[in-house]
Design a protein around this ligand. Structure first.
Ligand code: GTR
Length: 422
């Protein structure tokens, strides 16, 4: 008995220290949202009020960026020592019935330790356009081969690594509904995709086979408080895709967009915040740790996410499990770091786990930073009705249905991008 008591006590103490809690209560009732105070993005840590874009860029932006690195996603190393080689392994000038030129590019990452990792980029470039075209960069969940029925798309290398995650189901075309390639191409946009597991398999056990294997001493279960996790590494991967695309003669490097769904929406935001080459950043249903405000503690919360996905964030984020009120920042400040580039947040009506209202308010409260640049954030605190997209210098929509990416979402994104660039 004594042993059991001691064991339970030890378990309790260790989870309390770790902070993560798989059973942290989940609230879906708006009336139970705690009273919370959101930090003011325009108030520096020393209390100074930021009144100009210049001071924002010099003082407040770097300060906030540092906090998100130190306390949430982990710090992206300045130098990884990783070298990247690109090789075009397939091309098809007549893909999608002549609509596009398809290229498949193998990335070989080699670490200082001599190990290497391979990833495969699938790129569709519209044929009906003169000159350079904008590009939407977006990771896929189950491999390039699942995004289209096109027979010539080579399965992503991660297919083998992630078999234990159920990759047998990851067959050609299986995720097609999430990839409105034709629509994007017809409207003059290139689309580039890669499987995120190629960069870093999404499990603490398998991660060692991705980019982490090239980083000497990296051990996801034994990290420094501010050491990066999977989201940070995937975000780094998005920047490596940008490195390639900005050298492609058909791509307009001044119009690169990063788009991600759900965990990859969190990743897209963190990538877009850090890498200014992304001129528009699109978060599709990114929820907790993405666009949604943490302090509302609505739907998925810090306790749940850090317990279920201990490899996503840095260990310091565990401190805020069931303790969101003590976060020195909130996700509206993350979105505000995208200014003066363009942020777009999308929600789905039935996706309460991702807290649609919290996603909306987060973008709304990033508004003051946009206004510093003379740009238009969201004008109203009232969330719009479904299928009423709000397109200013930032964009928002909520659609009917569940957690997903649909042709309607793509249509809204393309309309928004057209409003900026056409
Ligand atoms: C869920 C997770 C969410 C979201 C989602 C997804 O299990 O709780 O934060 O990332 O997965 O990526 O589909």
């Amino acid at each position: 008995m004594k042993h059991i008591e001691t064991f339970l006590l030890a378990l309790f103490v260790s989870t309390a220290i770790m902070g993560q809690n798989k059973n942290a209560p989940v609230n879906y009732d708006e009336s139970q949202v705690p009273n919370f105070e959101l930090p003011d993005p325009l108030k520096a840590n020393d209390g100074q009020i930021i009144e100009t874009a210049k001071l924002w860029e010099k003082k407040r932006r770097p300060e906030l960026l540092r906090m998100f690195g130190e306390l949430e996603y982990g710090v992206t190393p300045r130098q990884t020592g990783i070298k990247v080689k690109h090789e075009v392994v397939a091309t098809n000038p007549n893909a999608m019935g002549g609509l596009a030129t398809q290229k498949q590019v193998r990335f070989t990452f080699t670490g200082k330790n001599g190990k290497s990792v391979q990833a495969l980029l699938l790129l569709y470039i519209p044929n009906n356009m003169k000159g350079r075209v904008p590009v939407i960069v977006s990771y896929n969940f189950h491999g390039n081969q699942t995004t289209t029925m096109q027979e010539d798309v080579i399965p992503s290398p991660s297919k083998e690594i992630v078999k234990s995650l159920g990759s047998e189901a990851w067959v050609r075309g299986e995720q097609m509904s999430r990839w409105s390639y034709e629509m994007a191409l017809q409207r003059g946009y290139a689309v580039a995709t890669m499987n995120y597991h190629d960069i870093c398999p999404d499990s603490p056990e398998l991660m060692v086979q991705g980019i982490p294997s090239l980083l000497s001493g990296y051990d996801v279960r034994n990290r420094k408080e501010n050491e990066w996790g999977a989201i940070g590494i995937w975000a780094w991967g998005y920047s490596r895709i940008a490195d390639y695309l900005e050298k492609d003669k058909q791509i307009d490097k001044g119009r690169m967009v990063v788009l991600g769904h759900s965990r990859l929406g969190k990743t897209a935001v963190w990538a877009g915040v850090q890498d200014k080459r992304f001129k528009a950043v699109i978060s599709n249903d990114s929820g907790c740790g993405g666009a949604a405000l943490s302090k509302r503690v609505f739907g998925e919360n810090v306790g749940r996410i850090t317990a279920n996905f201990p490899h996503w964030f840095c260990p310091a984020f565990n401190r805020y499990s069931e303790n969101e009120s003590s976060l020195p920042f909130d996700q509206h400040e993350l979105l505000s770091l995208i200014a003066p580039r363009h942020a777009y947040v999308a929600s789905a009506e039935d996706d309460s786990w991702a807290d649609p209202r919290g996603e909306y308010l987060s973008l709304y409260y990033a508004g003051p930073v946009y206004r510093l640049y003379g740009m238009r954030g969201l004008p109203s605190k009232e969330q719009p009705a479904i299928h009423q997209p709000q397109h200013y210098d930032v964009g928002y929509h909520i659609r009917a249905g569940k957690h997903d990416v649909t042709p309607y979402d793509w249509q809204c994104y393309l309309d928004f991008l057209d409003s900026l660039w056409h």
